[in-house]
Design a protein around this ligand. Structure first.
Ligand code: NI
Length: 181
């Protein structure tokens, strides 16, 4: 087990676009393992490599009992949208309605470099979009409408963890009911 510190909003690594994985080697498989352990420990429904300070295009997910990972994802999004509450492990305790595409087809690779297609709707689609955004330095607050973002930014300012710099020892103030991403 290797549980890493989850970076919190305010850490510049969360705003830095991650780079494509080129080497599908032992280090990559260690990263997938670290992401998986850290996500399950949080607990969360998804975790992207930048959230543990690694600037590579890799994320893990655990949605509806399905555990997996995706590397170098490209997304095909449905026009039909969903609304619903969303959270993020880098914003402990913050949950707000965030519009997303209802379904998604994601293409990418597994940790051995084999092509993978991942299809999902509802929470799975939300997770894939949220994690792929992390790889582009995009955060869920960017996807909220103006009103929700205003409420979210106030909640963030009021949060106990706000203003902490750099890596912070594991913060997991309450169960995330599988919604932390
Ligand atoms: Ni997140």
């Amino acid at each position: 087990m290797s549980i890493k510190d989850i970076r919190l909003f305010g850490d510049p690594v969360l705003r830095t676009p991650a780079i494509e994985v080129v080497d599908f080697d032992k280090e990559l498989r260690q990263l997938v393992s670290d992401l998986t352990d850290t996500m399950m420990d949080a607990p969360g429904a998804g975790l992207a490599a930048p959230q543990i300070g690694v600037g590579l295009r890799v994320f893990t997910y655990f949605v509806d009992g399905e555990l997996g990972h995706l590397i170098n994802p490209t997304l095909d999004l449905s026009e039909e949208l969903q609304d619903g509450e969303e959270g993020c492990l880098s914003f402990p305790g913050i949950y707000f309605d965030t519009p997303r595409s209802l379904s998604v087809v994601a293409k990418g690779f597994d940790q051995y470099g084999e092509p993978v297609t991942l299809e999902g709707s509802e929470l799975m689609a939300r997770c894939i979009q949220h994690e792929t955004d992390h790889l582009d330095g995009v955060l869920f607050i960017d996807r909220m409408d103006r009103e929700q973002r205003k409420h979210a930014m106030k909640a963030i300012r009021d949060a106990a963890w706000a203003g902490q710099q750099g890596p912070v020892v594991k913060v997991s103030p309450h169960p995330t009911f599988g919604k932390g991403l």
